[in-house]
Design a protein. Structure first.
Length: 217
């Protein structure tokens, strides 16, 4: 039996022949959202590996069957003065910024480095690459069909993150070269006081109702 992800030449030829017959320009979607167990089997075949049950929800999103499935219903709009501070502009920080913006929250992202990207702007040694398959290591709402390989390189992933930040107009709310020094909770005011330090030595103070940490390890 061939190793996972490899198939006999006659099987590949037959699949391609069949695909040319059925994949026409006038196709109408009829599948709908597949049953979770059926989809798990489909995903296992597609990824040439065993897909555990826990990954089914995120892969349903990444495959385009379910986009942005909320677990908590939206009952009201956030107050105008309910600001959010996001610490770090890596993968998690950018994700938080996008979702906060979509939900109507005002927010600021503080990034200590001079570029977004977190790990992928920091680790630039030769051969740096993602150790997670590209179909998992992407935003479910911003899939990338153009990954050059199964495990994207660091520079390629950083390019992906730059493109996402530009598409969602995040840079206007990101302060680069701005490190968070302290974050203190004011119980009486129900606010966070966050002190940052810029490269010019200044230490502005900021107030927000919530703070999200996205600075990795």
């Amino acid at each position: 039996m061939p190793p996972p992800g490899q198939f006999p030449a006659e099987v590949i030829t037959e699949i391609r022949k069949r695909a040319r017959e059925v994949l026409t320009n006038d196709l109408t979607a009829v599948l709908g959202v597949p049953d979770p167990e059926l989809f798990r089997r489909m995903a296992s075949l597609r990824t040439a590996g065993t897909v555990a049950e826990e990954f089914v929800p995120i892969l349903l999103e990444q495959a385009g069957f379910q986009i942005g499935q909320r677990r908590v219903p939206v009952t009201k709009k956030p107050p105008a003065d309910l600001g959010v501070i996001v610490i770090g502009a890596g993968m998690i920080g950018l994700n938080a910024a996008i979702k906060l913006g979509e939900a109507g929250f005002g927010y600021r992202v503080f990034e200590s480095r001079d570029d977004i990207g977190g790990t992928w702007s920091r680790n630039v040694y030769p051969g740096a690459a993602v150790d997670t398959p590209s179909h998992y290591y992407s935003y479910s709402f911003e899939l990338n069909p153009d990954w050059s390989r199964y495990y994207p390189t660091g520079p390629e992933y950083l390019d992906y993150m730059h493109a996402v930040a530009e598409k969602y107009d995040l840079y206007k709310n990101i302060e680069l070269s701005t490190a968070v020094v302290t974050a203190e909770w004011d119980e009486a005011a129900q606010k966070w006081t966050v002190v940052t330090r810029r490269t010019d030595g200044s230490t502005p103070r900021h107030r927000a109702s919530a703070a999200i940490t996205g600075f990795g390890f």
